[in-house]
Design a protein around this ligand. Structure first.
Ligand code: GDP
Ligand code: MN
Length: 376
């Protein structure tokens, strides 16, 4: 689950990381009421789940006397397809310098990896490309926890000058605590600013939590914002499907997580781009297929691939599910179906009678769907 900046900041401040004074509001009346209580300069920040709000015009400085004007421009504005419904009104920080400090769940290195840089404020992906030497990466073994020598490695690596090292070390330890205690996949402070009087403050908060841990975080229920892609993943979850949105254009409906992963790999291998990971599990229930299709088609696609292995699930049941589903929803892009396993002949027969082409080799079906998608 992605958290908004104000929610992430709340977690930071509970852990003792300074974030600066501010309030999240949804109306201009609230801005009117609090504009004179936050100092001579305010910063007004859109709370939407998109990166680069600043560049998109969603972060603006304002004097108390024009706070209402600035806030009314940001509230309701559209940022990359999302409407701004909440804004964070904060006391502006007098910034001397911007650093970067982030921590991620790092599957490749089987640990929790800190990244820190003296080049904060800007897109860290950009820094990684243009100045890879300016990013320090330190992987923590979560069973041992963050070690003091690693704290020093991070702080020195990010080139914090001597007078800021104690504060910076404190940020690292506390950020690690926030990350672990809240089952995060990402906790990022960009920028981590140094004020003109030498204080470190987290001027932004980007936090994502691991949905696999939601059973032990009842508090997450109220924190979820159903705008944006989180909603689709949640709908899928409610329907008993696992769905992860990706940025390609070939929709995939697969049964079994392993087969779904393999399908995405083979699509990529053949020059296509999967639009999603979707595991419909061991069910052939037409309702589930309809739900899957609706979730899938919430974003523009070029083609759809069904890749079903009938083990316990019978292919003919899946075929009936597909036929019923296609009767219910209109699909105006090419669909490639590959079925194999129990009762596949019956399934193929049913689908072919209904006018669908069915392949039995995964390789063949994937090559076909990639070609169809790339020709559109
Ligand atoms: P993002 O674009 O979504 O990452 O939003 P940020 O919260 O990181 O803000 C973008 C940029 O706005 C920062 O890198 C700062 O340069 C600037 N900014 C944000 N908050 C403040 C503030 O309190 N004071 C000042 N002077 N600038 C700020
Ligand atoms: Mn930022």
């Amino acid at each position: 689950m992605k958290l908004h900046e104000y929610q992430g900041s709340e977690l930071f401040s509970q852990a003792g990381i300074p974030t600066g004074a501010g309030h999240v509001v949804t109306t201009i009346e609230e801005v009117e009421k609090l504009k004179d209580s936050l100092g001579d300069l305010l910063v007004i920040k859109a709370q939407v789940h998109v990166g680069g709000r600043g560049k998109a015009g969603g972060v603006k400085l304002a004097k108390p006397e024009n706070a209402v004007e600035v806030a009314s421009k940001i509230l309701g504005m559209d940022i990359k397809g999302l409407t701004v419904k909440k804004i964070l009104v904060k006391e502006a920080i007098d910034i001397d310098k911007e650093y970067y400090l982030g921590v991620i769940q790092d599957r490749a290195n089987r640990g929790v990896t800190f990244m820190a840089s003296v080049m904060g404020g800007v897109d860290i992906e950009e820094v990684a490309v243009t100045h890879p030497d300016k990013i320090i990466k330190v992987t923590i073994d979560p069973s041992l926890g963050l070690q003091e020598f690693q704290v020093r490695e991070i702080v020195f690596g990010a080139e914090f000058p001597v007078e800021l090292r104690t504060q910076a070390s404190d940020f690292v330890r506390k950020l690690y605590k926030v990350f672990m205690e809240n089952d995060c996949t990402l906790a990022e402070i960009n920028p981590l600013v140094v004020t003109k009087n030498g204080q470190l403050i987290a001027a932004d908060a980007k936090v994502e939590t691991d949905d696999n841990a939601d059973f032990r975080h009842p508090e997450w229920e109220d924190m979820r914002d159903l705008d944006g892609s989180d909603k689709l993943e949640l709908d899928a979850k409610k329907a008993g499907l696992s769905y992860v949105e990706l940025d390609g254009d070939i929709g995939c409906v697969v049964n079994g997580a392993g087969l779904a992963m393999a399908t995405m790999d083979v699509i990529k291998y053949n020059g296509g781009k999967p639009a999603n990971f979707l595991d419909i599990g061991g069910s052939s229930n037409p309702d589930k297929v309809v739900t899957a299709m609706n979730i899938l088609m919430a974003k523009p696609l070029k083609a759809i691939l069904f890749n079903i292995f009938g083990g316990i699930t019978r292919c003919d049941d899946v075929a009936r599910g597909l036929i019923t589903a296609f009767e219910k929803i209109k699909v105006d892009i090419p669909v490639v179906i590959r079925l194999t396993g129990t009762n596949e002949e019956v399934a193929r027969d049913l689908l072919e009678k209904a006018g669908y082409k069915v392949g039995s080799s995964m390789d063949e079906a994937i090559k076909e769907v990639v070609a169809l998608a790339n020709n559109r």
